[in-house]
Design a protein. Structure first.
Length: 214
């Protein structure tokens, strides 16, 4: 019984020490992201294709570069330098790069086109937002309209070639959803919630073991 108590308490202690470090990584990634956006000042360069926090790789900020602006070593290096110029040196070690097909400007244009045309056709939109990780625009359509809307997107000349992911989804609010979030999406798994859950489990095991001992 004593060994169970010690093991449970050690588990809780280890997770307690690990969670702040994980939170710090996400905090730094978000700080770097905010600096990047501030540097853009609302005007996204064509080299930029989005960004997200990669929790599978040390909570690094993954900046996506448009493929056609990074298809040679020279262009790739220039694009990376252009992004890093907006980010403080203290955060640069926590930044990584990948390439993606569509620029963020192209995703914004696809977002606006899809919103306008689908609304004009009378389809019920649940949300329309840019998914940086997937380099696409997520479009949620109320279930009653989903089949017709999906068929319309495939058949319409203005929509069929756009990077759209159309799914059935209930409305998030009476007005319908909108737009990208202020912070980048997290990819690679929800590590911090998992750590918190393990911490709770460890504490419960310790409490149960102590109760049995008494």
């Amino acid at each position: 019984m004593k060994k169970i108590v010690i093991a449970a308490l050690m588990l809780a202690l280890c997770i307690t020490l690990a969670v702040p470090a994980l939170a710090e990584g996400v905090r730094d990634a978000n700080a770097a992201y905010n600096e990047l956006l501030a540097g853009f000042n609302g005007k996204y360069p064509d080299e930029y294709a989005g960004a997200y926090v990669d929790t599978s790789d040390g909570d690094k900020l993954c900046i996506l570069l448009t493929e056609r602006h990074a298809d040679t070593a020279a262009k790739l290096g220039a694009a990376q330098d252009k992004m890093l110029a907006h980010i403080s040196a203290a955060y640069r070690d926590g930044v990584k790069f990948k390439t993606a097909k569509y620029s963020y400007n192209e995703l914004l244009a696809a977002h606006d086109t899809a919103s306008e045309l689908l609304k004009d056709k009378g389809y019920g939109l649940s949300y329309v937002g840019i998914n940086d990780m997937n380099n696409a625009v997520d479009v949620g359509i109320i279930p009653a309209d989903h089949a017709a809307a999906a068929a319309f997107v495939q058949a319409d000349a203005a929509l069929s070639g756009l990077p759209l992911c159309v799914t059935a989804a209930e409305r998030l609010s009476q007005l319908g959803g909108e737009s990208p979030a202020a912070m980048p999406q997290a990819g690679g798994g929800a590590i911090i919630p998992l750590a918190a859950a393990l911490l709770i489990c460890g504490a419960m095991l310790g409490a149960a073991a102590l109760k049995r001992k008494r």
